[in-house]
Each structure stands twice: as C-alpha cells, then as structure tokens.
Design a protein around this ligand. Structure first.
Ligand code: FPP
Length: 235
C-alpha cells in the first residue's frame, strides 16, 4: 500500500536518472528503441503528476555525454527521433498547462532538426511558471563544472568574488533550487556524473523498478520515503 504523502512537505526539486529502458524492452522481446519509447511515455506521466501535485522543479537525465558518444548510432538516432516527436507533440499542451522547458547540457552540438525542435519548445513556454521541467541532454556533471569555470574566467570575475552562490549562477540550473530528492530506478547504485554540483544535500532514493514501470505510484513511494528522512543539512 502506498502511504499518503504530505502535500505541505513536498520536495521542491526532484531529479531522476531514467535507467532500465533497454532491460525493460529486452525482457519483452522488444527493440531498445521500444524501451526508450516506453520510457518517454512514462516520463510524460511523471511530469504531469509532478505538475498536478505541486512539485516546482523536475530534472531528468535523458542523454549523458557518454551515452551520446558510446551508444550505437541506431540507438542515438532513435532517442533523437523520440525527442523530436515528444517536443513537437507536447508543445501546445506544455504551453497551456504551465510547463516551462529547459535543457541542461550542450544541445547546440546536436543535428539541426533536433536543435530546431528543441528551440521551438523552449521559446513557446518561456512565460510558464507552474513547473520547471529540465531535460539533461548531452549532459555531464563534470563537464558542467568545467563549463562554469571557463565562463567565470571569460567574464573576468576576480578570485575573491568567486563563492558558492556565484558558481551556482554559472550552472545550467541557474536560478533554480538544488534537487532535494534524487531518484534512480533500474537497480544501480551510482550517480553517473549527474548534477554533481547541485546534489550536495539531496536525499538519494534507489529502486530496482525499471524506468518504464516507475509510475506515479512508485514516485509517491519515493516522496513518502523522502518525507520520513530527517533533513539535517549539516545541522
Ligand atoms: C537509460 O536506460 C535511458 C537512456 C539512456 C535514455 C533515456 C531517454 C528517454 C527516456 C527518452 C527521452 C525522451 C524525452 C522526451 C526527454 P538504459 O538504456 O541505460 O537502460 P538499461 O540500463 O536497461 O540498459
């Protein structure tokens, strides 16, 4: 049974490593692309659920820099096509339901069709405030930190002006609170270069459930678990 979550004590920012799409597909005799398709479908359910219960920020790890370079061309193409399809299909729905869309990572390096579809989505939802939905694409946590250092130097910031607050403004998540709950479905216990700077005080929730099966009931379980933690944040 899923325990009732306390709507006054929700995490402000939930981040998810969407893992297990291929295992989910292979165990059903389906292609890897079918697994990612099921993962993308589940993602929509989770984003809508978060929006509806009042979560203000959600971040998902969709494609790491390593995935992009190391997965087969076929698989990456499949993920790109899915991405184009989702951003095209959801543009108006996101606009009308208050979902703001952000990309964390360097998507400028993507093929034109992908970049273009993403840009259109980013532009149409600019005024939305109900929930901020960040998709990490061509993202790596260390890469994000290196990028921040380069930009700090380019901006000529003097060493004595560099503090944690300033560095945060150079991260892709600038202006958003750090995640307070990080979830990894798929049975692995690692963070895979995800939000290294931002995760300092996050609670970490791991489950064997594969991402396409990680439905809103599973998310409720994770939030309930989070609400039982004593968040000392160094105190
Ligand atoms: C990890 O599972 C998942 C990915 C590398 C891709 C995730 C992408 C999506 C869910 C589609 C994104 C779509 C949008 C709209 C953002 P895995 O392939 O590593 O699975 P495995 O651990 O079973 O091998």
């Amino acid at each position: 049974m899923v325990q009732k979550i306390d709507s006054d004590n929700l995490p402000k920012h939930i981040a998810i490593i969407m893992d297990g799409n291929r295992r989910w597909a292979r165990s059903r005799g389906l292609s890897d692309t079918e697994g990612h398709k099921a993962g993308a479908k589940n993602l929509q359910k989770i984003v809508n659920y978060c929006r509806d219960i009042g979560i203000k920020h959600i971040t998902v790890y969709a494609l790491s820099t390593e995935n992009w370079h190391k997965r087969s061309i076929e698989e990456v193409k499949g993920i790109f096509n899915l991405l184009i399809q989702v951003v095209k299909e959801k543009r108006v729905e996101y606009k009308n339901s208050g979902i703001r869309f952000f990309v964390l990572g360097n998507f400028q390096a993507f093929p034109f069709k992908v970049k273009n579809a993403i840009k259109k989505m980013l532009d149409i939802v600019l005024d939305n405030e109900r929930i901020k939905f960040n998709v990490a694409l061509n993202y790596g946590g260390r890469d994000e930190i290196v990028n921040a250092i380069q930009n700090i130097i380019k901006d000529g910031v003097p060493a004595n002006k560099i503090n944690e607050e300033l560095v945060s403004t150079y991260m892709y998540t600038s202006g958003q609170p750090d995640p307070d709950l990080i979830i990894r479905p798929g049975g692995e216990f690692r963070l895979s270069n995800f939000l290294l700077w931002q995760m300092s005080y996050a609670e970490l929730y791991f489950t064997d459930v594969l991402w396409p099966d990680f439905n809103p009931k599973e998310l409720e379980k994770a939030i309930y678990w989070y609400q039982q933690r004593e968040r000392r944040v160094g105190k």
